[in-house]
Design a protein around this ligand. Structure first.
Ligand code: SF4
Length: 137
């Protein structure tokens, strides 16, 4: 089931502001931080806002949401994930440092992500230099 939602509507924009406050609070209360990948964080936040408007709850954006047969008019997540979800709290973040959707992580995991990004950027620069040297030979 795919419902349409106008992401430019005032309603959506207001929900997005609420969702950003919500994710800030999740970080605060769980001792988590946002991942270093801002594009992912933005996408997940939009997804949470979208689910809240479409289905009434902040169901995880990475899992399907279906009508709840036992409660007409209500919905459920295919993996019973409402943010912040139990699997992230109990398993994913303690064991891997990051939640399934990759928005929330431990401060240590974020540090590692940043280091990895820097190393990749450096490697890219090195490669560029080697290529430039080759061309100028
Ligand atoms: S995996 Fe869990 S904690 Fe992470 S965004 Fe989805 S519902 Fe929230």
């Amino acid at each position: 089931m795919m419902q349409q939602l106008d992401m430019n509507s005032e309603e959506f924009k207001a929900e997005l502001v609420k969702t950003e406050k919500f994710t800030d609070k999740v970080c605060e209360s769980q001792g988590w931080v946002y991942s270093a990948n801002e594009d992912v964080n933005e996408g997940v936040t939009l997804g949470l806002a979208r689910h809240r408007l479409l289905f009434g709850k902040r169901f995880c954006p990475c899992f399907m949401v279906d009508p709840d047969e036992s409660r007409p008019g209500k919905f459920k997540s295919s993996d019973d994930r409402i943010c912040p979800c139990k699997p992230a709290i109990e398993k994913e973040i303690p064991e891997t440092g990051i939640c399934h959707c990759q928005i929330f992580c431990t401060p240590e995991h974020r540090e590692e992500q940043i280091k990895e990004k820097e190393a990749k950027a450096l490697a890219k620069e090195e490669l560029k230099k080697v290529e430039e040297d080759e061309v100028s030979k």
